[in-house]
Design a protein around this ligand. Sequence first.
Ligand SMILES: NC(=O)C1=CN([C@@H]2O[C@H](COP(=O)(O)OP(=O)(O)OC[C@H]3O[C@@H](n4cnc5c(N)ncnc54)[C@H](OP(=O)(O)O)[C@@H]3O)[C@@H](O)[C@H]2O)C=CC1
Ligand SMILES: O=C(O)[C@@H]1CCC=N1
Length: 280
Amino acid sequence: MKKIAIVGAGSMAEAIISGLLENQIMDRKNIWVTNNANKERLKHLEERYGICSTYELNTLFDGADIVMLAMKPKDADRAIDYIHEHLSDDMLIVSVLAGISMSTIETLARKPLSIARSMPNTSAAVGKSATAIAVNERVTTEQLENIRKLFETVGLAKFVEEEQLDAVTGLSGSGPAYIYYLIEAMENSADEIGLEKHIAQELIVQTLIGAAEMVKNSSKSPEQLRREVTSPGGTTEAGIRVLEEYGVQQAFISCIKAATAQSKKMGKALSSELNVGKPM
Ligand SMILES: NC(=O)C1=CN([C@@H]2O[C@H](COP(=O)(O)OP(=O)(O)OC[C@H]3O[C@@H](n4cnc5c(N)ncnc54)[C@H](OP(=O)(O)O)[C@@H]3O)[C@@H](O)[C@H]2O)C=CC1
Ligand SMILES: O=C(O)[C@@H]1CCC=N1
């Protein structure tokens, strides 16, 4: 990996930049970023991480062997159209765009490209992303290794088929938000049960980390682990009964299905508009 040019400078781009630097796999001077118009944001990233930014496309792409697409899916059309002349088949295009297929990217770029379509999550900022990646047939063995290395610096990296990426988006791409939502609810209970917020926060975070480590390291299923916490006639039983009454488990399943469907919908809208699949 010689140089990475990142198009889009939002939360996902920042999470990956900080992960890359933390693991020192790339010199900060070889990490380049641009955005639509927010100069303040680029200045902030330069100052905070010592990376480089530019609106000059020749400068951005000169010598880049990896190009990361990190704008919102709704902006992909305009952004890729703007940069398409600078994209070439010896570069690896890494997309983090939810829902946007590799064929759509090639259609927007008007040429065949080596593409890795990924779905990381914002925990990349602390090296704990759960990332799934699909690659097209043009990706070389060397590029495959680079993409693995890149995403392993920010957490877990798994290769999947492209068809599975909408499900990954609904499950682990959006996943941190579901967990934050749960933490918000647990924090909101603190007041009502008479705990100071800062103490409750520490207890909640440690409880989540502990439960996640248990699931990761134990041979027991989450259900088995849950049963071991639940003493007959005890507190957990009383709590879980309420969750069951509210249908919380079904609500989570419906939530993940809705997010997966939305990922599919976002991709379909753009690919139908562009007639993706028709000869270029
Ligand atoms: N946030 C998340 O949890 C995750 C996001 N993703 C994906 O990552 C991508 C980025 O999301 P996120 O970081 O949250 O988005 P943000 O809104 O935080 O950032 C979007 C960035 O794209 C830039 N941008 C917009 N239009 C253009 C353009 N024409 N050319 C260049 N840059 C442009 C914006 O620039 P400006 O500020 O100047 O407008 C901004 O820097 C999305 O496609 C999303 O699906 C994937 C996994 C998780
Ligand atoms: O909400 C979104 O569309 C993006 C994709 C996954 C997480 N955030």
